[in-house]
Write a protein that binds this ligand. Structure first.
Ligand SMILES: *[C@@H]1O[C@H](CO)[C@@H](O)[C@H](O)[C@H]1NC(C)=O
Ligand SMILES: *[C@@H]1O[C@H](CO)[C@@H](O)[C@H](O)[C@H]1NC(C)=O
Ligand SMILES: *[C@@H]1O[C@H](CO)[C@@H](O)[C@H](O)[C@H]1NC(C)=O
Ligand SMILES: *[C@@H]1O[C@H](CO)[C@@H](O)[C@H](O)[C@H]1NC(C)=O
Length: 235
């Protein structure tokens, strides 16, 4: 899936086509049956296996920036609004497609990775809006697109005029080491197709990459993905 940004729209169109051609009753009861067969309270609390038994589950993350809401030079606060696209595979959710090429579920009813913003400025943790629905495909692939306002800390020292800063958003699993949950980027840049220009700051470049960190608490690797946004003060 190279262009995941267009997936929700595709799913919506497919859903509309069934509704007009088949009527809603049979497809609605089909979706109810699928939901009943795949949702299980116990498995929603346990991470899925990766491709092999015991291997890490890989989470692909991309970030779509919609606006820059705060740039505070005195404190280094960099606040953006946008949405994350998280994609992973949970084989326990696979279903026979029948009438539905995808179903929507409440993220609270399935396992979701505990991805957090590591360089969050207060108020900090649990910034993901867990109310946004997740889409489950017959293969067990899950696409979850939480809308998020992200207050982050950025090093706002700049020797150049106009001021130019490279602000980075660092995401990773809060508790799972890389042996359990791996993270990766699906694009090498921040998505800007929905970006609304800011009056005072221009986005001049972006980048996205994966890196691995180690902490004094634990010997395990902690993979992180970083999304960098270079902003330049407008004249
Ligand atoms: C993650 O992205 C990589 C590279 O784009 C792709 O090969 C892989 O299938 C994706 N995995 C999932 C679970 O979407
Ligand atoms: C642009 O960024 C500033 C912070 O420097 C913010 O106050 C403002 O609301 C943002 N939005 C627009 C549309 O300019
Ligand atoms: C944008 O950032 C990337 C990654 O850091 C870099 O390779 C590229 O040269 C930059 N492009 C511009 C126009 O500055
Ligand atoms: C921003 O800085 C990071 C860390 O130094 C670097 O890896 C990244 O390529 C930079 N991004 C851009 C778009 O210049």
């Amino acid at each position: 899936m190279t262009n995941i940004a267009s997936l929700p729209l595709l799913v919506l169109c497919t859903v509309l086509v069934w509704h007009t051609s088949l009527g809603t009753t049979s497809t609605a009861s089909f979706r109810e049956a699928v939901l009943e067969s795949i949702l299980d309270e116990r498995s929603s609390r346990v991470r899925p296996d990766g491709p092999e038994s015991g291997s890490p589950v890989s989470i692909n993350i991309s970030y779509s920036l919609t606006s820059i809401s705060k740039v505070e030079l005195s404190t280094g606060l960099f606040e953006t609004v946008g949405y994350l696209q998280l994609q992973w595979k949970d084989p326990r959710l696979a279903f026979r497609s029948g009438f539905a090429s995808a179903i929507r579920v409440d993220p609270a009813s399935i396992w979701t990775p505990d991805i957090e913003l590591y360089n969050s400025a207060p108020p900090g943790l649990t910034i993901l809006n867990r109310k946004n629905v997740a889409i489950v495909y017959p293969s067990g692939e899950v696409l979850w697109i939480p809308m998020v306002a992200l207050p982050s800390v950025c090093d706002m020292t700049s020797d150049v005029v106009p001021a130019t800063f490279n602000c980075t958003l660092l995401f990773g699993s809060w508790t799972f080491p890389g042996f359990d949950v791996d993270v990766g980027v699906s694009h090498l840049a921040v998505e800007l197709s929905d970006y609304i220009p800011n009056r005072s700051w221009e986005v001049v470049n972006t980048s996205a990459s994966r890196r691995v960190s180690y902490y004094s608490c634990c010997p395990e690797p902690y993979p992180l993905v970083s999304f960098s946004i270079v902003i330049k003060q407008k004249a």
